[in-house]
Design a protein around this ligand. Sequence first.
Ligand code: GAP
Length: 458
Amino acid sequence: MSATSLDQIISLAKRRGFIFQSSEIYGGAAAAYDYGPLGVALKNNIKAHWWKTMTQGFDNIVGIDAAIMMHPKVWEASGHVSNFTDPLVECQQCHKRFRVDHLLGDDKYLPIKDDADAVLTAVNTKGCSGCGMKNKFTTPRQFNLMFTTNLGAVENEGSTVYLRPETAQGIYVNAQLVANAMRLKVPFGIAQIGKAFRNEVTPGNFTFRTVEFEQMEMQYFVKPGEADKTFEFWKTERSKWYASLGFDEKLLRFHEHGKGELAHYAKAAFDIEYKMPFGWKEIEGIHNRGDWDLKRHSEFSGKDLSFFDEESKEKYLPWIIETSVGADRVTLAVLSNALCEENKDGEQRLVLRLPKVLAPVQVAIFPLLSNNDDLVNKAREIATTLRGSFRVQFDESGSIGRRYRRQDEIGTPFCITVDHDSLNDQSVTVRERDSMEQKRVSIAELNSFFTDQFSETL
Ligand code: GAP
C-alpha cells in the first residue's frame, strides 16, 4: 500500500466528482473550488460529525448560525481592522508578491517576526521562489486580509462592510443572548459552522488555502482561573476527534506558537498539524483568547458583557478557549489519509479507505448483467429498500470488475451483486472494500447486516 501525491488527489477529485476548480469553463477562478456531488456529501458528513461531537457530545455546548456580514464596528473591536495583516514582500526582478512566512517555510518559527531587517535578510537569502533571484525583495509591508464590500445603493465610507474572516466574532457578540436564552452558566460553549473569507496573497495547494472556506469553530467560556486547564482539556478532546476520523497519530502533531507567531487576540496557541502530501500543515488552531474579545466588544458597543459569579458575587469577563478547524482542510486531510494505491493478489487498485460513516456512498448495488430484466429489477428493488436507511448507488454499466474499481475509488465500503442465483436463493454477494472479501447474505437480512456495519459511532 502506498501513500498518494497531491496530483493523484486532485485528479481523483475531478474525475470522480469530489472537487472541481471553480468557474473552470472560464479558465478557473483563483483560489476557489466547487464541491461536486461526492465532495459535498463527504464534507457534509465531516461537518455533521463535528457538530454531533460538539453539540450532542457535551450538555453545555450549543450551536448557532450567525450572519456573515456583521456591523463593521465588530471588526474594529476584534482588532482585525488594524491587526489582521500578513507581511508581504515583492521581488523587484519578477514583481511577484509573497507572504513572508510562506517564503520562510519552517524558518517562520524563528523569533524574527517583529524584526523587519532580520526578516528581509532571511527571505533575501532564501531567494525568490518565482524567478530564483536572491537579494531582490522589498522591505516587508503589512497587507490586510479582510475583503470589504458595500451595503446599500450608495458607495461611501459609511456603507463599507467586511466579509467575516473568522466565524468566531458571531459567537462573541451573541454570547450573552445565547447564555440567557439557554440558561447556560459558565463554563459553556457555543459552536458554529460557516463560511469565512480571506484575501490570501499566496493561496495554493488545492483546497488547503483558499479565499473562501468553511470554519467549524467552538468557543468555550470559562472562569479566568480555569483557562489553562480547559486549554489542555480541548487539546486532548480534539486529538481524540482526529483519531475518530481514522487518522494515523504519526500523521498528526501539535505545534505551539512562539511569541512572535501569536495572533493579536491570543495568549497561547497550538496548531494541530497534519502531514499532507506537501508537508506538515495546520488544519486546526486551539487558542486561549483570554478576555480580549469580550473586553473589546464591551468597550466598543458600550454593553456590559460580563457574567455574574454566584460564588464570589462579583461580575467578571469569562476567558475563551477556542477550537477552530477548517472544514475544507480537514476534508483534504481525510482524502489524503484515505487514498492509497495498492497491489492485492496481483491486482493494482486505487482505493479510498474512508471511515464507513463518512463515505458519500455506503452501499453500491449491481445487477450482474445490465441486459437481464430480472436481475436489473431485483437489484433496483433492493436499492429502493435500502435507500431509506443508507446512501445507496445503483450501477449497471461496465464489467463487475470495473464497477468495483469505481466504487473503490470513491470509498464505498460495500458492493452488492445480484446474480442468477439470487433469483432462486434470495441472497446476494456482498463485497467489502478493504479486504475485498465476498460473502453471501440473504436479501431479507441486508438491512440489519448494514445497520450493524454502520453502527460504529465515529
Ligand atoms: N478564529 C480563529 C481563527 O480563525 P485561524 O488559525 O486563522 O484561527 C483557523 O484559522 C482554521 O481555519 C485553520 O486552522 C484552517 O483550518 C482554516 N483556515 C484558515 N485560513 C484558511 C484558508 N485561507 N483556506 C482554508 N482554510 C483556512
